[in-house]
Design a protein. Structure first.
Length: 231
């Protein structure tokens, strides 16, 4: 539908350009006499109006290629066209002013009807294109569920980032091993080894498991080894 609106805009631009050139050539009386059209008086007003119409034609051509301006400019140009057409019909048919010959009257009325048809068609078409663009924007906009999910995902990402920062901070507090140097680990000190006397070990091994009762005499063999002297 938008390509059709662009075609309508190009048609509007051609109509506006032709009308603007006709008004700019207001001082050319022979041309107006050949077309059996009453020239604009004063000519300065007609030329100023012609320049405005040429500028509007340039805007219509620019909007036919610029998609962002298409619907808005088509709506404005359409309203301008059908309003001018209605004014022409009111003055020519209702008020019979200005008084034109038969051919001139027919051409002017036909031009007014064409302007009304083109203007109203452009307005309706631009409205349809604009409604379709709005529907496309609404469909492409994220729903509430998508926004909620994106918000929760953002919160979870922030929590994960905070947890990762805490882990990195804890890791930074622990001692690190420098590259090329082995890590130092404390080892327990060895216990001192006490030398054992073989004679004492034999005497200890030969001692009875149960101590002797008090008052009992202990007999030793004459060849039994004696404990080392203490003191």
């Amino acid at each position: 539908m938008k390509p059709l609106l662009r075609v309508v805009l190009i048609l509007d631009a051609l109509v506006l350009l032709a009308s603007g050139l006709l008004f700019v050539l207001a001082p050319w009386t022979s041309l107006y006499n050949a077309l059996q059209v009453v020239p604009t008086e004063p000519a300065l007003v007609g030329q100023a109006f012609g320049v405005a119409l040429i500028g509007l034609a340039w805007l219509a051509v620019h909007a036919s290629f610029d998609g962002a301006m298409t619907s808005t400019v088509a709506k404005v140009v359409g309203h301008v066209h059908w309003l001018i057409g209605v004014l022409m019909l009111v003055w020519l048919l209702g008020l019979r002013t200005p008084s034109l010959p038969g051919f001139g009257q027919m051409v002017s009325v036909l031009a007014g009807v064409v302007l009304v048809v083109i203007g109203l068609g452009g307005v309706r078409l631009s409205g349809a294109v604009r409604r379709r663009e709005k529907e496309g924007v609404v469909k492409s906009s994220p729903s509430k569920a998508d926004k909620r999910a994106a918000k929760e995902a953002g919160k979870q990402a922030e929590k994960d980032a905070a947890r990762q920062r805490e882990l990195e901070r804890d890791t930074a507090r622990e001692p690190r091993v420098t590259a090329g140097f082995p890590a130092y680990h404390a080892e327990p000190a060895p216990e001192p080894v006490v030398p054992v006397n073989p004679a004492a070990a034999a005497s200890v091994g030969a001692a009875p498991l149960h101590p002797a009762e008090p008052g009992a005499t202990r007999t030793e063999a004459p060849d039994a080894p004696r404990p080392p002297f203490h003191g």
